[in-house]
Every structure is written in C-alpha cells, then in structure tokens.
Design a protein around this ligand. Structure first.
Ligand SMILES: Nc1ncnc2c1ncn2[C@@H]1O[C@H](COP(=O)(O)OP(=O)(O)OP(=O)(O)O)[C@@H](O)[C@H]1O
Ligand SMILES: [Mg+2]
Length: 461
C-alpha cells in the first residue's frame, strides 16, 4: 500500500547547502588573509632591499678636502637589479642641492630625522615607483650639512610577483573550497544514513510484523522511534481488537439465528394450519436472508481487513479448489447437480489462502445456487500466460443482458436472483480478493451459452 507523503524540503540538501555555503565563506576569508599576508611580506622584503641600497649609497657619501663627494658602489644598485628587471633611480642632495642623480625624482618631505627612512609610493615617468629616502648629517668645515639619499625602483616586477601570489592564494582558496565541499557532501550523506537504515529496516518488514523498533539509533532520532513504537503498539492493539470483533460478531449473530431457524423448522413440522405454515416459511426465509447477509457482511469486512495487510503464502490452488468442491458436494447433491473437477497438478499462487478460499467459495456457491436441478458445474484449475486460473462454469442461464461489471459492486443483485437468498456481496468479495492479489475476476457467459463462466486469475508465482 503506497500513500502520498507531503514532502517539504530535504534535510540532506539543506545541510549540504549550509556546509558548502560555510566552506565558500571560509575559502574567501582564507584567500584574502593569505593574499594580505604574502603581499605584506613581499612589500616588506622589497622595502628592506631598497633601504639596504639607500644605506649603502649614503655610506659612500664622504667629505674630501672640504667637499662632499659620493662614490656610489656598484653593489648598491646591482642588488636591486637582482630582484627584478625594474628600472632604478636615485638622487643625492646636500643641504637641499642636487649632488648627483635624477633631480626630478619625486621624494616626499623628509622627516628631518636622521636614520629614519621614509618610504613612499609615487608616479614617475608614467610608472609607479617605490622610493626610500635616508638622511645623514656630515660635518663640512665644522658645520653640519644634511645629506639626503633617495633610491627608487619601478614596481613592475613587484606587480608580477603580486599577481603570482594572487594566483597562488586563489588556487589555495579554490582547493580549500573543493575539499571542504567534498567533506560537506560526505558528512551530509552520513548524517542521514541512520534515517535511511531505519526506513529500510521498516520497509523490509512483512505486513504482519508489528514488533517495536529496537535497533540502535542516534539520540536525535530517539523521540521519532519512540513515537513510532507507541503508534505500532496502538495499531497492534486496534488490529487484534478488530480481528476479535469480527470473529466474535460472526459467532454471536450466526449462532442465535441458527437456533431460531431450527426452532422455526420444528414448529413448521408441528403446525397444520396453512396460514401459520406460510407465516413460518416466511420467517425461515427471513432468517436465512439475515443469516446470509450477516455472514456475507462479516466475510466482506474480514476481506477488507485482511487485504490491508496481505499474507504472502504459497497456496496450492488445486488442493484448495478440490477441498471446496468436496465441501459443497452435499449442497450440489441436494439439487442433483454434478460437480466436475478438472485440475492441473499443483497449480500455485502466492497470497492469502483464507481470502482465496472465500472468493472461490462465493463463485462456486453462485454456480450451485443459480443452477437448475439436475445440471452440471465444471471446476477447472489451470495455468497459462503467466497466470494461475480457477474457472467455474455452469448451466444456470448466464448473465443475460446484465451489466457484469455492476454485479461486482456491493449489494447489486441480478434479475435472476429474485427468488434466491443472497445479499449481493459474493462477486464483490471475489473481485476484491483477486485485485488484492494483483489478479482479476473475469465474468462472462459460457461458450455454449448455457450458463455463466466465472474465472479468478492470479499471477503465477
Ligand atoms: N453463476 C451465476 N449464474 C447466473 N447469475 C449469477 C451467477 N453468479 C452471480 N450471478 C448474478 O450476479 C449477482 C451478484 O452475485 P453475488 O454473488 O455478488 O450476489 P448474490 O449471489 O446475489 O448474493 P450473495 O452475497 O449471497 O452471494 C447475483 O445476484 C446474480 O444475479
Ligand atoms: Mg453469490
């Protein structure tokens, strides 16, 4: 039995989205943190080389014969060339006058504090440059003179280096994101594993298996399993009550009716007056009607109840049909009806034996009930086309112009049933049993046209 489930979202998808979202955020943070850190480190190391170059130039400035001279060492500028192919500029001023180098090199106002380097980023000759300025006081003819050395380098190499670092940080961020997403998928998947295992364990159960769930589950699922167990136990109580009720009701209704019927028959034998005899006969018929109706109603309730949780037993249809034919033989003999039984050996079906027996009994009961005296009824059990079939054919005149589909509805009886006791539930029971077993009830007139041919089909196991 499958029911529609009102689904709202998915825990796994929600969890996955949250985890992947967090992974994306962390990957972006990691990217910016790494990029900021390596950029600082690169700039600082570049600045240190610029400073070393400027210090080395400043050290080369000296006073000779009362004149300030600068003998720039080769290494001072070549150390910058080692870092990249960027262009290098310098400027040396003494007391604000250019001693050597590029006069227009943009340098900021020095702090005036000697030995305190000043770093700046500026535009020079349409290129971005990094400049460091260092100052030192020299004594010329006993007077202090401020010597200022500025060294600058274009930043192309640094930009290339930074873009490489940017790429590395990006790769790191993307790799982190991919790894974290894979872990997120795995953890989302594994977080619902206990739920799946529980669902599979419950789905695997047979229709009658109403044991409480005892398998270990995570604490978050404990309230769900506890509620499920409570529900199962309530269902079990209610089912066994219904089963008991059906059996009890059948017993309570049929037994007193049978007693009343016996009493009425005894009375009928004793009474001579015709008017009383007619009354008693009507009474017996009414009792038969009530008894049949009660029996069929209870049988129908039992069928509905059992089809809800269908047993899947291996049923030998040949034996089942033969047993029923034997049981109904005395009823048939009362009408001098001959039952012919023709069956393949061991025709099998999978299902509920009680239900199938009930369905066949109703079909056979109809054949005997509606057949005239001294007629024939054939019972055949056979297989073919992937089906196991029980067919009952009679000489009762068939269904005529009746809508055979309608005759399988509850309480619908045909025109030929007017003088026969019945409640219109026999074919309904047979159809419901066939359908519950994924089979079919086929109703037609027999090929000779003398009667009905009713077949119960079940899928062969
Ligand atoms: N073998 C048959 N031959 C002729 N008519 C039949 C046959 N079987 C069923 N019918 C017709 O189909 C109707 C429905 O049959 P169904 O078995 O459902 O009800 P019922 O026999 O009237 O009552 P009950 O519930 O007691 O069996 C019958 O009333 C009868 O008219
Ligand atoms: Mg019937």
């Amino acid at each position: 039995m499958s029911g529609t489930v009102n689904v709202s979202g998915s825990i796994r998808r929600r969890l996955l989205l949250q985890l992947v979202g967090s992974a994306a955020l962390l990957a972006a943070l990691l990217f910016f943190a790494v990029l900021g850190f390596v950029r600082n480190v690169a700039e600082e190391s570049h600045d240190r080389i610029l400073l070393a170059s400027a210090s080395s130039i400043l050290d080369s400035v000296s006073v000779q014969s009362g004149e300030i001279t600068a003998d720039i060492p080769y290494a001072a500028l070549s150390m910058l060339g080692n870092v990249s192919d960027d262009r290098v500029f310098y400027r040396i001023t003494t007391a604000g006058r250019l001693l050597t180098g590029y006069a227009d090199l943009p340098v900021g106002r020095s702090t005036g504090q000697v030995a305190q380097p000043l770093f700046q980023t500026a535009e020079y000759k349409q290129e971005s440059i990094r400049v460091v300025t260092l100052s030192r006081r020299l004594a010329v003819s006993g007077a202090p003179v401020l010597v200022q050395v500025s060294v600058a380098q274009t930043r192309t190499g640094q930009d290339v280096q930074l873009s490489q670092l940017f790429r590395s940080a990006l790769y790191l961020g993307v790799a982190f994101f991919l790894l974290a997403s894979a872990l997120a998928y795995w953890s989302a998947q594994s977080s619902i594993t206990p739920l799946r295992a529980l669902t599979a364990a419950i789905s695997r159960r047979g229709p009658k298996d109403l044991r409480p769930v005892t398998r270990p589950v995570p604490s978050e699922m404990a309230p769900l399993v506890a509620s499920l167990n409570t529900f199962i136990s309530r269902l079990q109580t209610s089912l066994s009550r219904s089963e008991d009720f059906i059996a009890e009701a059948a017993h309570r209704v049929r037994t007193p009716l049978a007693t009343v019927r016996t009493q009425a028959e005894v009375m009928l034998m004793r009474v001579d007056k015709e008017a009383n005899r007619v009354g008693l006969r009507e009474m017996i018929r009414a009792i038969d009607e009530s008894s049949r109706a009660a029996g069929q109603l209870l049988d129908h309730a039992m069928v509905s109840f059992r089809t809800d949780s269908l047993e899947q037993d291996d049923i030998n249809l040949t034996d089942l049909a033969r047993e029923l034919a034997d049981r109904l033989q005395p009823v048939a003999e009362m009408k001098e009806i001959t039952l012919h039984f023709a069956a393949e050996t061991d025709v099998r079906a999978c299902g509920d034996g009680i239900l199938i027996q009930n369905a066949v009994r109703n079909i056979l009961d109809n054949a005997i009930k509606y057949s005239p005296q001294d007629s024939q009824v054939w019972i055949r059990v056979e297989t073919g086309d992937g089906l196991a079939r029980i067919t009952v054919e009679d000489q009762a005149g068939g269904f005529g112009k009746e809508d055979t589909e309608a005759l399988t509805q509850r309480f619908v009886r045909g025109a030929n049933a007017r003088d026969t006791i019945g409640s219109g539930l026999g074919l309904t029971i047979a159809r419901e049993v066939a359908e519950a077993h994924a089979g079919q009830l086929l109703i037609k007139n027999s090929e000779t046209g003398a009667g009905a041919c009713v077949t119960l089909c079940f899928p062969a196991p």
